[in-house]
Design a protein around this ligand. Structure first.
Ligand SMILES: [Zn+2]
Length: 336
């Protein structure tokens, strides 16, 4: 099973000048959609589980669904990533489950809500790096606070990343990747007006400035679903009541990738695809009651979006560029 450390996927993405989407996974249909799409367009995969997803799945179900993905698709490089770890304890659990990458969100306290100081962030992140690297496991940190709340994670207020703190943070912690806050937020309700290059809703200058100071750093954009308006329209057409909203446009993500963003977190778009499909299905087929009947088109709808993201971010076609590394290989790397 080629479960690879996420660092390798990001290092290769940096060499190739592309970005890799991170998709959250909660159940079998999502995992299948991700892997089918990856196989079809030959992309490496970052499959992520949030604490909410692990709780929903009683840990063990999701673990085996993720492992099943590797077993079914042995040729696709696959990193299993913990999203928004909140403490060293959570990180230890994830590593014991077999994750090859962990995020420690030291921008917030263990409650996942209260913002921390720079020093507190450094302290917990460093602890996690010291614990994870000897296992060969990749670590993503976060500097600045993202807006929005998802699965109970978030302060509800954003604090943009200060580019002047990044170099010191990297030196003090040794993280492999860093989530930066540039005005994106978790969930479906990111922007009330449609972002366009003139309106400056996203602080792309922060990404560019960090890239200039730390060209080797793999930056991560969280909360980067594009919230396609046709999916919102479809949901509302079939009985939904979603307020008007806009996500992060693909052109903005591409601008980020050109300036050192290597991982782009996408979750909401898959949720919208499932909901739009199932709502329409129930409307068109009121006599149906077998979950397989509506989960099959829902899975297809997710796969379509996933393929589009692999292509748009540039990871499509790169699954077989390199020999997948094991955690054992990564252990040696960190010893140097
Ligand atoms: Zn996030």
């Amino acid at each position: 099973m080629p479960l690879v450390p996420m660092k390798q996927i990001l290092d290769e993405a940096a060499k190739g000048g592309y970005g890799v989407p991170h998709f959250n996974v909660n159940n079998m249909e999502q995992a299948q959609a991700i892997m089918r799409a990856a196989e079809k367009v030959s992309s490496p995969v970052i499959m992520a589980a949030s604490r909410g997803a692990l709780k929903y799945s009683d840990l063990i179900y999701l673990k085996h669904i993720m492992f099943a993905s590797a077993e079914k698709y042995p040729r696709i490089p696959l990193a299993l990533h913990l999203d928004h770890g909140n403490s060293l304890e959570t990180i230890k659990t994830a590593i014991s489950l077999g994750f090859t990458s962990v995020m420690i969100d030291g921008s917030l306290k263990e409650d996942g809500k209260t913002p921390t100081s720079f020093e507190e962030n450094v302290a917990v992140t460093r602890q996690v790096v010291e614990y994870a690297h000897p296992f060969g496991v990749t670590v993503e940190g976060e500097l600045g606070c993202l807006g929005g709340i998802e699965d109970g994670v978030g302060s509800g207020h954003s604090k943009l990343t200060d580019p002047n703190q990044v170099e010191e943070f990297l030196k003090l912690t040794g993280v492999d990747a860093l989530a930066v806050a540039i005005g994106t937020s978790h969930g479906a309700y990111k922007f009330k007006i449609k972002p366009d290059p003139e309106k400056n809703l996203l602080a792309m200058d922060i990404i560019k400035s960090i890239h200039k100071k730390c060209p080797q750093l793999h930056m991560v954009m969280h909360g980067s679903s594009s919230v396609p308006s046709e999916l919102i329209a479809e949901i509302n057409k079939y009985g939904g009541k979603m307020a008007p909203t806009y996500g992060v446009p693909l052109w903005a993500i591409k601008e980020g990738i050109a300036a050192g963003v290597r991982k782009i977190n996408v979750d909401t778009d898959l949720r919208l695809a499932v909901t739009a499909t199932v709502r329409k299905y129930f409307h068109d087929n009121p006599d149906k009651f077998d979950p397989r009947d509506y989960l099959t088109p829902a899975r297809d709808a997710m796969q379509k979006i996933i393929e589009e993201r692999f292509v748009a971010f540039g990871s499509a076609g790169h699954a077989f560029d390199y020999k997948p590394m094991t955690l054992e290989d990564a252990k040696k790397f960190y010893r140097h």
